[in-house]
Design a protein around this ligand. Structure first.
Ligand code: NAD
Length: 413
């Protein structure tokens, strides 16, 4: 029995899912190939992931391949209620709604675990962590987890180091086909699209501060550069800082950047990157947003505490007034801007990421017992297969090595 906001919303959810289906050739191809075989027959696939149209498309592909699918959101603000309603109408169990409290969020994760999953797709590792904390009895049933994001992979590695894993966790995030495209191009484009949609402001000429020059930060910074913003990077890693400098960005510590930026986007996966020490130095009317997984990068607790006035100024934007008279605007409560205040990554990008997730679930289904119980990489063959399907669907052909070239590349003389 699902728990969602309102089942009558399903029609607009259906339209959204039908729209994305037009641009997800990889997931469509895999669904067409494996649905006649009932690949996931009777297996329970649990998905803890941002619940919007592209994810719904993946959930339905699993269902059409025989799985029982149960979904929850991986963030209290990223669920689209109409999409959740459509999934329920199509026979997927869903426990999620936009704006759920943290307690409700956890209860929803619990409901999903009570369905005793065989396979898990996690995005941030919350579902798997809860399984370890409270549902230890399920550990033997789970064939494996596909972890979608950087933060989740870090938590999986920390859990494996501290107490060991009882099933393989595949670091989907760490496959090239994921982070080169999803983290970089996907988050880059969608974070800026979301900023533009929510603020209706010009990018050109503004000073943006991007915290973190990892895959996500890079993607955001480069898109901003292309739109003629002035971009400042803050980093803690000297090599990444140097790379940012060589790419033409200004690099400086956050305590300097706070005095210069018009807009800040954090993308570090770390906490309190913009914190109590920084708030008083921010310019009046500054806009803060986060693209990292958790809402910890901007210290919202401190901002709430030191503000003398708060106003919901418009959908997804809250205004904080400080005692020095300055205003700070925060987008989506400091949760990931592209998902909590937008539609998430472009469809073509998620088609790649979800193509990998699909084949990773198949790989776990068929090989789990023989795999080490640790954080595992996506097999190279899966990455190659997805890349080929994507290229084929775009009508792109590439060269292949001749025998002579293979020999040449393998020789040392
Ligand atoms: N919004 C989305 O849709 C989306 C998509 C993919 C990943 N993510 C999340 O974005 C975050 C970053 O992912 P990534 O793949 O770029 O990770 P990454 O490890 O490649 O990059 C993070 C960077 O932040 C830097 N950093 C850490 N602490 C810092 C600090 N205090 N100040 C400045 N820099 C600091 C690190 O040195 C590193 O270069 C993660 O939380 C990830 O889960 C979000």
């Amino acid at each position: 029995m699902s728990r969602i906001k309102d089942i009558t919303l399903w029609k607009s959810g259906e339209k959204k899912v039908n729209w994305v289906k037009n641009f997800m050739p990889v997931v469509n191809f895999l669904e067409n190939k494996f649905s006649p075989l009932d690949l996931f027959k009777d297996k329970v696939i649990a998905m803890c992931i941002h619940l919007e149209a592209k994810t719904a498309r993946l959930a339905l592909a699993f269902k059409n391949c025989g799985a029982k699918v149960v979904c929850t959101g991986s963030n209290p603000l990223s669920t689209q209620d109409d999409v959740a309603a459509y999934l329920v109408k199509e026979g997927v169990e869903v426990f999620a709604w936009r704006g759920e409290t943290y307690d409700e969020y956890e209860q929803n994760l619990e409901e999903v675990l009570k369905r005793e999953p065989d396979l898990i797709i996690d995005d941030g590792f919350d579902l798997t962590v809860l399984l370890y904390k409270k549902y230890q009895n399920l550990k033997n049933k789970v064939l494996g987890v596909g972890e979608e994001t950087t933060t989740g992979v870090m938590r999986a590695k920390a859990l494996a180091k501290d107490i060991g894993l009882d099933f393989p966790v595949v670091a989907v995030n760490d496959s090239k086909l994921k982070f080169l495209f999803d983290n970089r191009f996907g988050t880059g484009e969608s974070s800026i699209a979301s900023f533009m949609r929510n603020t209706n402001l010009l990018i050109s000429g503004k000073t943006f501060v991007v915290a973190g020059y990892g895959w996500v930060g890079r993607g955001i910074a480069h898109k901003l550069q292309g739109l003629k913003a002035k971009v400042i990077i803050t980093e803690v890693d000297p090599i990444k800082a140097l790379e940012a400098y060589m790419e033409g960005f200004e690099v400086m510590p956050m305590k300097e950047a706070v005095k210069k930026g018009d807009v800040f986007i954090t993308a570090t996966g770390n906490c309190k990157v913009i914190n109590e020490e920084h708030f008083p130095y921010l310019k009046d009317g500054v806009i803060l947003a986060n693209a990292g997984h958790f809402n910890v990068e901007i210290d919202m607790e401190a901002l709430e505490r030191i503000s003398i006035e708060k106003n919901e100024i418009k959908d997804n934007i809250k205004e904080y007034k400080l005692s020095n008279g300055r205003k700070i605007f925060v987008i989506a409560e400091g949760r990931l801007i592209n998902l909590a205040a937008g539609d998430g990554h472009p469809i073509e990008i998620m088609d790649l990421s979800f193509g990998i997730q699909f084949l990773v679930m198949k790989w776990l289904l068929e090989n789990s017992k023989n795999l080490p119980k640790e954080v595992t990489s996506v097999p190279h063959e899966i990455e190659l297969e997805i890349a080929k399907i994507k290229l084929n669907s775009a009508g792109i052909e590439i060269d292949s090595l001749s025998e002579e070239q293979i020999k040449y590349l393998q020789s040392w003389e």
